[in-house]
Design a protein around this ligand. Structure first.
Ligand SMILES: *Cc1c(COP(=O)(O)O)cnc(C)c1O
Length: 222
């Protein structure tokens, strides 16, 4: 399938989910996750009108950056080893996987300008999932309030792998309510306005629950 055709289908689903939940489709940004595909396919996505590209490994990000440079807005979406920070920090505009203090410290040390971060939260509690426990997030936000190279743009989560729509929906709802608690702290480097949630199989639910960034691989470029 051509990316343009996939994009059209996805955009229709985005519009449907927005209509259902009374939202403006312009609030929902699409990150094309290109981790499984070639740079040519990533380029096809850009030509189809995609603006944001997401990669989950430093090698993948840098290899595609070599060719595409700063045409896309780059998102780093994978779990990030502390020692890899310096290789991606000048390329990625967003990091979706901030999940521990040691990583925040390293970003603070390496970044030359503030970088937009999402705190990855393991809402579902599945052991296989990365991310911070929801109960640790508020203390974490307080602990990094002087990290002036970090802007906590929002929260990110991955829904549990299940057919149970209610469980998926509850996971997204919980992330949204956590965002409200963070906003109430009124901490300058944590505006926390965004929600990065929803992938190929569940983005319609995520949008209904308030997603502002959806991360789509398979359904778009796969
Ligand atoms: C791979 C990946 C995605 C995209 O998943 P699809 O199911 O292919 O849409 C989204 N977010 C993260 C963090 C990923 O690793």
């Amino acid at each position: 399938m051509r990316v343009t055709d996939n994009l059209k289908t996805i955009q229709e689903k985005i519009n449907d989910a927005c209509r259902k939940s009374g939202r403006n489709p312009e609030e929902v940004k699409l990150v094309a996750v290109t981790k499984y595909v070639s740079v040519e396919r990533a380029q096809e996505a850009l030509e189809a009108g995609v603006v944001h590209l997401g990669e989950n490994r430093d090698e993948g990000l840098l290899a595609k950056w070599e060719v595409l440079k700063d045409r896309p807005v780059w998102h780093f979406i994978g779990s990030l080893q502390t020692r890899k920070v310096k290789s991606i920090i000048d390329v990625a505009e967003y990091i979706h996987s901030l999940d521990r203090l040691s990583l925040a410290d390293e970003i603070q040390k390496r970044a030359v300008k503030p970088i937009k971060c999402f705190i990855q939260v393991n809402v579902s509690g599945e052991e296989s999932k990365h991310g911070m426990s929801p109960s640790d997030v508020l203390d974490f936000i307080r602990a990094i309030k002087s990290h002036d190279k970090i802007i906590v743009e929002g929260l990110m989560t991955m829904a549990p792998l299940t057919d149970d729509e209610d469980r998926i929906r509850n996971c997204f709802k919980e992330l949204k309510s956590l965002r409200e608690k963070i906003q109430q702290l009124s901490i300058e480097n944590s505006p926390c306005k965004e929600l990065s949630m929803g992938m190929s199989n569940d983005f319609h639910i995520a949008i209904e629950e308030g997603a502002t960034f959806i991360r789509i691989g398979t359904a778009l470029v796969g």
